[in-house]
Design a protein around this ligand. Sequence first.
Ligand SMILES: [Zn+2]
Ligand SMILES: [Zn+2]
Ligand SMILES: [Zn+2]
Ligand SMILES: [Zn+2]
Length: 151
Amino acid sequence: MIAPAKKNTDKPRCGLCGKAKNLIKTECCGNWICNDEHKYVLFSFATNSCSRNHRRYTLCGYHFNEGHKGDWKTCKKCRREFEPEMVAWYGTNEHNFEKMPDPPSYEPTHCSKCGTIINLGTDGYTRSGDERWCENCAAKEMEKRMRRARK
Ligand SMILES: [Zn+2]
Ligand SMILES: [Zn+2]
Ligand SMILES: [Zn+2]
Ligand SMILES: [Zn+2]
């Protein structure tokens, strides 16, 4: 391994993807991040914006937006606000600069219909009352309802 050239090391880089162009400091934690939010296309659900991902999908961003006091990693309010699985995901996913050292433990969520494990943070799912359906079951259910409606 060759050590990186010295002049590169003091250049700020996005703490999430490592790009060195067009950076801003995050409001929530003061880290360098890509200033790429303009790239986001409304309703496209693209997840290619570092700053947007950090703001929307981390406790750090949430904690700041909600005006909580103190450090997000130890904030009780944040932990109360979401179910444990989401606290763990928001606190440790790849959009974080720093990961939550002690994410809460949780029971995996299963699809109420077929029993598949649903990753609440990353999988698509449908909520129906107390039930949660994986994408497959939700699609089947929709089809059933459509057919019924047509009769
Ligand atoms: Zn970036
Ligand atoms: Zn932050
Ligand atoms: Zn908080
Ligand atoms: Zn299912």
